[in-house]
Design a protein around this ligand. Structure first.
Ligand code: AMP
Ligand code: MG
Length: 346
């Protein structure tokens, strides 16, 4: 069983019904829908499905349980923990884990190493896996950095085996949720579901439209006010995946240290981005990319998006610029709370 099944009929937080700020309350719809909320994968998971699909919720719960058991870095028996202990040997993994690592390597290549699952020992050294935060000394950072390089993760597609270089450890937390949401949505589709939305922390993916044919409305959280949105996306068969330093951080001596590590420095990324949301029909890439964009900062991200127009983004910068892909102009409604922001469509 999952750690906790919180409720069987909760209003889904991400479907914008009410936020206490200035966003409009969407018209209520009469169609039957059911929502469930779970705590798994270190985050709150919300699923809403239109129609009678109790059995689908059961399947989803089992799947989440199973992913958690295989992906957890702290659970001794998980596939990832076993890999991290495998000391330079090829280790057979399940198809899911193989696929996620394969995607992670692809995003690593696409982003010139800004996304790197082998940054895990540094995430640990900064205390983000245990919430016992600390600033590691430079010597430790330099030592741990030496093993960070996803090019040294070898994959054997014939045997579904993975080899980590000795001393290397990985964590799929920056990309697995995109993979899991896409698997959940395709499994629902196979079970006859036509209209659904899943949210795993900052990863939201929608299936189809709402029963009345309208798009799903997905709020992008305001970094400073957890019950407000910087704006609302209208999505059909797409995902919106957000990364931001505000999601997990600690403050020491007046300085904020967040959970996204720049593999080049071994420290929390020095970035001009506060929050970045990737909108895409490729949620796995989108999850890796949103983490990478945060590391890369605005300039490199805009160049990337110019060269890869299949990905769209909403970026909030420290200068209070709100940078929005021009393709989203008609599907992103900026919240009134952002009236002081400099809104730029690129
Ligand atoms: P996300 O919430 O998808 O942006 O992922 C953040 C999580 O990914 C962190 O909590 C770390 O576990 C992990 N992570 C941190 N920095 C990186 C990085 N540069 N590349 C890949 N994963 C990272
Ligand atoms: Mg990510």
């Amino acid at each position: 069983m999952l750690k906790k099944l919180l409720s069987s009929l909760l209003v889904v937080a991400f479907a914008v019904c009410f936020c206490g700020c200035d966003l409009k309350r969407p018209q209520s719809d009469e169609s039957e829908k059911d929502s469930r909320k779970y705590l798994a994968l270190d985050t709150v998971i919300d699923i809403t499905i239109y129609g009678e699909h109790d059995d689908v919720f059961d399947t989803m719960e089992e799947a989440l349980d199973d992913y958690e058991a295989r992906l957890s870095v702290t659970e001794e028996t998980s596939e990832i923990a076993m890999l991290n202990k495998s000391g330079g040997e090829y280790k057979k993994v399940s198809t899911d884990i193989y696929n996620i690592i394969n995607s992670a390597k692809r995003v690593h290549d696409m982003t010139d190493g800004a996304f790197d699952i082998s940054v895990y020992p540094l995430v640990k050294a900064w205390g983000f896996t245990t919430d016992e935060y600390k600033i590691p000394d430079m010597e430790e950072i330099e030592r741990l950095k030496r093993n960070v390089n996803s090019n040294n993760i070898m994959l054997d597609p014939d045997t579904l085996s993975v080899r980590l270089m000795t001393g290397m450890q990985i964590d799929l937390g920056g990309i697995a949720k995109g993979y899991i949401s896409s698997k959940m949505i395709s499994s629902m589709e196979k079970s006859g579901v036509e209209s659904a939305i899943v949210s795993l922390g900052g990863n939201v993916q929608v299936l189809g439209t709402k029963p009345d044919g309208s798009a799903w409305r997905v709020g992008i959280q305001h970094p400073d006010y957890s019950d407000c949105y910087i704006g609302v996306l209208s999505l059909i068969n797409e995902a919106a995946i957000t990364s931001g330093g505000y999601q997990r951080y600690f403050v020491q001596d007046g300085k904020t240290y967040h959970h996204i590590i720049d593999p080049a420095t071994g420290a929390p990324a020095e970035t001009d981005i506060v929050s970045v949301t990737v909108v895409t029909d490729k949620p796995i890439d989108g999850d890796g990319l949103s983490t990478a964009f945060f590391v890369m900062g605005t300039e490199k991200t805009l160049k990337f998006l110019d060269e890869n127009p299949e990905y769209k983004a909403v970026i909030l910068t420290k200068n209070y610029d709100l940078l929005v892909s021009k393709e989203l102009k008609n599907s992103f409604e900026v919240s009134d709370i952002m009236s002081d922001a400099n809104i730029v469509y690129f």
